[in-house]
Design a protein around this ligand. Structure first.
Ligand SMILES: Cc1cc2nc3c(=O)[nH]c(=O)nc-3n(C[C@H](O)[C@H](O)[C@H](O)COP(=O)(O)O)c2cc1C
Length: 261
């Protein structure tokens, strides 16, 4: 054990924040650490946008699936997958002319660039989470920032090659937050394998969900017409309205990214 491992193993998402500002020094450190994250080809295919305007935070509460704690977070960062910076630079640098002079295709951003830039943005975000945690500043991801592409575009004005892949709410931890229990994880056996992918069977799933689903099974409090844990999770997550909106929104964003909007 060392303090880094302890910080990682004890981290919990924080959705309630102490009534205390995040100082400029703390903000600067969190952003500096995020920018030290590994990045594909050292290209830094991401941007970080702070949402400081309280009215925008309040709008995000609604556009991100009605999550009121967003408006109460003293520090909110959006991490954007960003190829625009490089393509602007390529254009300014005469890359299209170079390509045409040499009869080469000037490659346009596609799905792979979207994936790679999203990886970069997320790795920077998680580095910010751990840096903040080490300063006593809790955080919570908001994946719903991928929804409502058109509204978020109108709010923040990103060009076609910039996509908000995640958002983080930060705030100093409360005593209550500090004492929250860590959330369960699946057994390592269901997640980790060596040398070849291990597909799970019904028995493995039984073991995988045994801890996680105990209280749900006991209460029988399944959503809607669900009769078991798998059906419950499908209705709650993968088959939910918010997930449908996320699929729609990301499809529109990817089309814009590929120049098909
Ligand atoms: C990509 C991503 C998106 C998430 N989106 C949300 C969200 O919109 N709202 C929320 O309250 N938590 C969100 N979370 C936090 C998860 O719910 C949380 O990490 C999970 O329940 C495990 O809890 P823990 O972080 O305390 O271990 C998100 C986490 C990730 C990694």
């Amino acid at each position: 054990m060392n303090s880094t491992i302890e910080t990682i193993l004890n981290r919990k998402s924080q959705r309630v924040y102490a009534d205390r500002i995040i100082t400029d020094e703390e903000k600067e450190l969190i952003i500096r650490c995020a920018m030290r994250a590994p990045t594909a080809g050292n290209m830094m295919l991401y941007s970080i946008l702070e949402v400081a305007d309280q009215k925008k935070k309040e709008r995000l509460v609604v556009t991100c699936d009605n999550q009121p704690f967003i408006a109460k977070a003293p520090f909110v960062l959006i991490f954007l997958a960003d190829m625009q910076r490089w393509y602007d630079y390529y254009n300014i640098s005469g890359v299209p002319e170079l390509c045409s002079k040499n009869s080469r295709e000037f490659e346009q951003p596609a799905e792979a660039d979207f994936m790679l830039a999203s990886c970069d943005a997320l790795i920077a975000a998680q580095t910010a989470v751990i840096a903040a945690e080490s300063l006593g500043v809790g955080s919570c991801y908001i994946g719903d920032i991928m929804e409502n592409y058109e509204i978020h575009r109108e709010m923040f004005d990103p060009p076609d090659l910039v996509f908000p892949v995640t958002m983080l709410c930060f705030g100093h931890m409360t005593e209550h937050g500090r004492n929250l229990s860590i959330t369960p994880r699946f057994p390592e056996k269901s997640i980790y394998s060596k040398d070849s992918y291990q597909r799970l069977n019904a028995e493995d799933f039984e073991e995988m969900f045994s801890e996680r689903a105990k209280s749900l099974i006991k209460s029988g409090n399944f959503l809607g017409e669900a009769e078991n844990v798998g059906q419950h999770f499908y209705l709650k997550k993968t088959g939910s309205d918010f997930f449908a909106e996320m699929r729609r929104s990301v499809k529109v964003a990817l089309n814009a990214w590929k120049g098909k909007s």
